[in-house]
Design a protein around this ligand. Structure first.
Ligand code: ZN
Length: 475
């Protein structure tokens, strides 16, 4: 099955470190869904071929933090110029009760297609649209939509056992779940979907919506205990803005990371979205415990939250991955845009710290903060690490053949001295010659087989109007 020879690539970036970050190729052989060889290869009799002349090859991206239901909430005006807390009330929390089965499925499909067309094959969705007595099984819809597109899907089962003040005043506030019901649903999902195998297409993660606010402290500790008993990972939001430091001090008299440590929520089986605002001792604690980050630079920029210090986190030992976060705070929720932003913002962040030499400054700027190879590694191998998919995220013999083949056929790439950097450095979206998942093409010549893009756009326009009506912002 899936025997294939990819031939004559212009460049191959592998997602690995150091000298192994590039491979001269120019050919990659895929057998049985895995990479069988990389080098100068001769076609075998009967072997299918992809001509990758003038193409750049990356490992398929691994998106480690998203909220797919938000794909119908892009650019929502009431939240567009708000900081995190006001934005939560204005957009996602105000609209989420307005989703029905049809609009939820459509939102998931739009978000997954956008990611797929950026070269992303694995998506971890932090799904927190839950309330008691929900009339549709949103987990089933998410897995169905991912499966129909051929993507790997990790459902991070969000939810809350208490209502936050910012939500309680909204007309369509969702009622919280009881802890027993929440845990029972996680156990149901694990039994039905969770596959611990290295080549799994479906996984489940324990993921209360925010570690600080969604449950009581004792309940938070219980979620960690049950997750480890079930053999699944832990994920949540943490330290997205300074508000987390204020809230943790006021409620618990400690830092957000210390609070997580006290409730068994640190370790190599845990990753947090954002980690923008951290004290130095928190960076050390995260690194010592090998707790991971889903870095979401575009959402953090859109909400004005800040820029996570990936250099300090990685130096401390934190596994770094990249997530697009929900489209209600990111109007370009695709992995190429996200990687482009990560590359620029890490450099800009360091440059902001530069001081004149007469005032004790030691450096001119931050161009050494992140290379294209670093950013690719975060968005592929780093993602695979935090999700526990060791056979994903790098191009090497024996690894799963989740492979993005980009064709740089837009003027933005014309004139490049190094083709390999194009899909990240140039911004925008490079078209896909093919995207492979375990050697099977799920995008071919930039088209998703069976998908009517015009119809998807028309459905989205109609769904936005219906959502506005149900949320009471349009009559
Ligand atoms: Zn998020």
């Amino acid at each position: 099955m899936n025997n294939l020879l990819i031939r004559n690539a212009s460049a191959i970036l592998t997602g690995r470190r150091g000298a192994a970050a590039r491979h001269p190729g120019p050919d990659i052989r895929v057998q049985g869904g895995r990479i069988a060889a990389i080098g100068h290869l001769q076609p075998l009799v009967g072997e299918a071929q992809i001509d990758a002349r003038d193409c750049v090859i990356y490992p398929a991206w691994v998106n480690t933090h998203h909220h797919l239901f938000q794909s119908l909430l892009k650019g929502e005006p009431q939240g567009l110029n708000q900081n995190l807390t006001a934005w939560l009330a204005a957009t996602p929390y105000r609209f989420r009760g307005a989703f029905d089965e049809q609009s939820f499925r459509l939102a998931a499909r739009i978000g997954l297609v956008e990611l797929l067309r950026s070269g992303c094959a694995t998506v971890a969705d932090h799904h927190y649209l839950y309330y008691p007595g929900m009339p549709f099984d949103s987990a089933q819809i998410l897995f169905e939509e991912a499966e129909s597109l051929g993507m790997r899907f990790v459902l991070c089962r969000g939810g809350a056992t208490q209502t936050r003040q910012l939500e309680a005043e909204l007309p369509q506030a969702l009622r919280p779940e009881k802890l027993d019901d929440y845990l029972a649903d996680v156990e149901r999902l694990v039994a039905r979907y969770h596959d611990p195998a290295a080549d799994a297409m479906r996984r489940i993660v324990m993921a209360p919506t925010t570690a600080l606010h969604s449950t009581s402290p004792a309940e938070l500790r219980e979620t960690a205990r049950v997750a480890r008993q079930l053999g699944i990972r832990l994920h949540s939001h943490l330290s997205e803005t300074v508000d987390y430091l204020d809230a943790a001090r006021a409620k618990f008299g400690m830092t957000p990371v210390q609070f997580c440590a006290e409730h068994d929520w640190l370790g190599p089986d845990v990753w947090f979205a954002h980690l923008v605002k951290l004290l130095p001792e928190e960076v050390r604690q995260l690194g010592d415990t090998r707790t991971g980050i889903a870095h979401c630079p575009q959402s953090n920029g859109r909400l004005g939250s800040g820029i996570a210090d990936l250099c300090a986190l990685e130096a401390a030992g934190v596994p770094v991955s990249i997530g697009v976060d929900g489209a209600a705070s990111n109007e370009a929720a695709d992995m190429q845009s996200e990687a482009h932003a990560a590359w620029l913002l890490q450099r800009a962040r360091k440059g902001q710290l530069a001081e004149p030499r007469y005032a004790g400054g030691q450096f001119e700027g931050g161009a050494d903060a992140a290379t294209i190879e670093d950013v690719l590694r975060w968005g592929t191998a780093g993602g695979a690490q935090v999700l526990g998919f060791e056979a994903l995220g790098t191009l090497a013999v024996g690894q799963l053949a989740d492979i993005a083949i980009y064709r740089l056929d837009d003027p933005r790439y014309f004139g490049l001295h190094d083709m390999a950097i194009g899909p990240i450095a140039c911004g925008g979206r490079a078209s896909l010659k093919a995207l492979l998942v375990a050697g099977r093409a799920v995008v071919e010549d930039d088209r998703v087989p069976g998908l009517d893009m015009g119809e998807l756009g028309r459905q989205a326009s109609a769904a936005v109007i219906a959502l506005q009506q149900r949320a009471g912002v349009r009559r």
